[in-house]
Write a protein that binds this ligand. Sequence first.
Ligand code: MLT
Length: 325
Amino acid sequence: MTTRRLASLTLLALATLPGMAGAQAYPSKSITLVVPFAAGGPTDVVARTLGAAMQKTLGQTVVIENKLGAGGTLAAGYVAKAAPDGYTFLIHHNGMATAPGLYRKLAYNPLTDFEYVSQVVDVPMTFLARKDFPAATPPEMLAYVKAQGNKLTLAHAGLGAVSQLCGMLFQKTVGVEFTTVPYQGTAPAMNALLGGQVDLLCDQTTQTVQHIKAGNVKFYGVTTRERVKLLPDAPTLEESGLKGFEVKVWHGIYAPKGTPTVAIDRFGAALRTALKDPAVMQRMTELGADIVPESKQTPEGLRSWLKPEIDKWGALIRSAGQYAD
Ligand code: MLT
């Protein structure tokens, strides 16, 4: 046998070993998609909807693993250090871009410790209060929160969560300071709002639209520049006088640095197929989530997006003076 033939047989054997993302075998077992926040919340809902659809293309289960803590940075750090074998991926949102500004010590570098798979969906946020909050309209709400200040509680999902980011921008723009209450995701934060244990929450439509439509919460507006199709009567916060206010949540899928290209390509292809699945498209529409254009459904679409976002949020965070060690 020639040396070249021996080498290619060895490569073939390696490619089909369980646990290796080889061209022939991948995926040969279930794939874990890590979600940085609590089950049942906005990120989790997007991950589970996509994971279930992707299984059809991949021929393997996509297991959703909720790794909670530190505003999503624990999960990102975990995936950055996971084996780069094509069996661990991360779904994360703007938190990937805000964490470098928010945390003085971060256990990973979003720009160098990951492979990029794709952007996924963009989601508007909504500003809510508990059902019996004593303000019926956005102007009444603004007058009330200015008068009450830190007597009011604002729930969020930790430093690095978009609920925290939105709450921070709201306080800075309105010129108030609330007492903030962190949870490990906005699923438990929403439960606290529904139970009347906290006063205010800024959260994504992927979780809130059902509660807004059922009248379980007071709803004062959306955080995007434009009104939202799903909630056409709701003003933007900017329309209600919060000049320049805008938070839109984007999502990306990542893998540990060094993950084989075959795994990135196949996971990405399954994702792109899922994003065209009529059932997925309908579910995303019901949740208020906009599937990103095809140009963003690529590794480059995420990579080129991330750096300017880190710069943009870093500047805002520095001006708000929010840090954690
Ligand atoms: C969640 O999934 O719980 C939210 O996306 C957390 C957050 O507010 O960032």
